[in-house]
Write a protein that binds this ligand. Structure first.
Ligand code: PMP
Length: 524
């Protein structure tokens, strides 16, 4: 039962109307664990089993008792929530706790510096901004080294040093004599170096990826519908097909920038070609969430790492959805043997209550100047940080029992999804994912014998979501950029009974597709 207000609908009424057409415009009044409640006709609570899990922000479920109790204590004790520009031990506690976990998973003792933000997209953008600041500083260092070496070469030529014939050939300048020849060479080198070091930054990312919808991050999000209308606002990214080492190599080669450096050795001036830092960052999800729950292969993840190291391109690992234990490890990428220069974490970091995110930068890349040019009113507040620390404590308790539970529950849920696929191979195309980040992809239904199903085919997952809600009181949604794939991201407290309930719902949907029962799907 939805309470209908007499007030005008001013908060995204178009979206609400669309949800209503699918029977998904439910007014939830309470939430606990994996269950949301709405009110029935006589005011009774009706439970809905939630597999959307706040799109992955609820690894500990709705209103985890330890977190809500702690949140209440923080508020009751008048914790100063907004005290910018003061000491912030609570933020440091989170950074220290995160470092302990990262260092364990990555097998390193290098620290990662933490910059807090509020949302996933913001953490991604903070990482990109930091990478660009770092690139700019590396460019400045390169320019000044080139200028110093040019001055040294000029002085050497004035003192009688010779210019190697090979130097003229490499730079593409006709060989000349003495100072005059050198100045022609130097002018061409300076012109070309200015062109190369002035090139715009190259951002690399994967096809199918999703990194947010803000002005910058949406250009890293592959879905054209989200990205294209705003393409003129920010640097466009180069999209690489996930899994193609060849495409990766080709893009790195085609985007590479080099400069000419002058070297004086044994009375001879020669030219060396060096890389110019044109690559800002490679941004990737170890498990693509919105792209349809697609796990990157270990080989490709490591190939990216290797190839990026060769051209000194930092890797930003977006663990906004896959991190915080959801994959069965704290970082999905650590299990792949991938080590990021940056990590973005959000969603479950806030324990289902706080809105918070963090961007972590490895020490060897970190530029402390960033702290003076990036901030947000709400980031690093005491409430969110305290909640985050609590979340990390819960995940880490009993020697990581939570991660073991995610793996065990994930296997059980995956087993059920695979059994559904085995029984309905004509309906279910694929089942995939890791831990409690799982997806089930339906075959395209645009050739269904039912006109209703054919019409529903372009947004198939939403119709299945409507059916599951209406007939089975199950809430889930397709992934944002792959609408034939339903996502399952429950909390680690998932029970066998809840898995069974989903089993019933999915089998019900499969029967509808198999029997071309459009009325059964839409409830009309
Ligand atoms: N990165 C990834 C991998 C995500 O899944 C999301 C959200 N689905 C984001 C970034 C953006 O996070 P937010 O919605 O908090 O801005």
């Amino acid at each position: 039962m939805n309470t209908v207000s007499a007030d005008p609908q001013l908060a995204e009424p178009y979206l609400l109307g669309w949800l209503a057409s699918l029977g998904l415009d439910v007014d939830y009044v309470r939430a606990e664990g994996n269950t949301l409640y709405y009110l029935g006709e006589s005011g009774e609570e009706i439970p809905v089993l939630d597999f959307a899990g706040g799109y992955g922000s609820l690894i500990l479920g709705h209103n985890h008792p330890e977190i809500t109790e702690y949140a209440q204590r923080l508020i009751a004790s008048q914790t100063p929530v907004h005290a910018q520009f003061s000491r912030h031990p609570y933020a440091n506690d989170v950074a220290v706790a995160l470092n302990r976990i990262l260092q364990r998973e990555l097998g390193t003792d290098e620290n990662y510096s933490a910059i807090f933000a509020n949302t996933g997209a913001e953490a991604v953008e903070a990482a990109v901004k930091h990478a660009e600041l770092d690139r700019g500083l590396r460019l400045a260092e390169l320019r000044s080294r080139l200028a110093e070496n040019l001055a040294a070469a000029r002085a050497a030529v004035a003192g009688g040093a010779a210019v190697a014939a090979e130097a003229y050939r490499l730079v593409g300048v006709e060989a000349g004599d003495g100072a005059e020849g050198f100045e022609a060479l130097a002018a061409e080198i300076e012109r070309r170096n200015a062109e190369q070091t002035g090139r715009p930054p190259v951002l690399l990312t994967l096809e199918g990826g999703f990194h947010g919808k803000l002005v910058g991050s949406v250009q890293l999000t592959h879905n054209e519908g989200y990205r294209a209308p705003f393409a003129a606002l920010a640097t466009p990214a180069r999209f690489i097909p996930a899994g193609s080492a060849q495409a990766l190599k080709a893009v790195l080669e085609s985007e590479r920038a080099t400069v000419f450096d002058l070297v004086v050795e044994d009375g001879t001036v020669s030219v060396a070609e060096r890389n110019s830092p044109v690559f800002c960052a490679f941004v990737l999800e170890p498990i693509q969430g919105e792209g349809g729950i697609r796990v990157l292969s270990d080989e490709f993840a490591q190939e990216i790492q290797r190839a990026c190291a060769e051209v000194d391109c930092p890797v930003i690992v977006d663990e906004v959805q896959s991190g915080m234990g959801r994959s069965g490890d704290f970082l999905a990428s650590s299990a792949m043997g991938l080590r990021g220069d940056y990590y973005a974490l959000a969603k479950s970091l806030g324990g289902g209550i706080a809105k918070t995110s963090v961007m972590l930068t490895r020490q060897s890349r970190y530029r402390s100047e960033f702290e003076l040019v990036h901030s947000s009113t709400f980031a690093k507040d005491a409430f969110s940080c305290s909640i985050s620390r609590k979340v990390l404590e819960i995940l880490e308790a009993d020697d990581g029992a939570a991660y073991r539970t995610v793996r065990e529950r994930g296997e059980k849920l995956l087993g059920m999804l695979e059994a559904v696929r085995a029984d309905f191979p004509d309906v279910v195309k694929d089942v995939r994912g890791r831990g409690l980040m799982l997806g089930l992809e339906f075959h395209d239904q645009s050739g269904s014998g039912s006109e209703t199903i054919r019409e529903a085919a372009p947004l198939l997952g939403y119709s299945v979501a409507g059916y599951l809600m209406r007939e089975h009181r199950i809430r889930t949604f397709p992934t944002a950029s792959a609408v034939n794939t339903l996502r399952f991201e429950p909390s680690l407290y998932l029970t066998d009974a809840e898995i069974e309930q989903l089993d019933g719902g999915l089998r019900g949907a499969c029967v509808l597709f198999r029997t071309h029962d459009g009325a059964g799907l839409t409830g009309t």
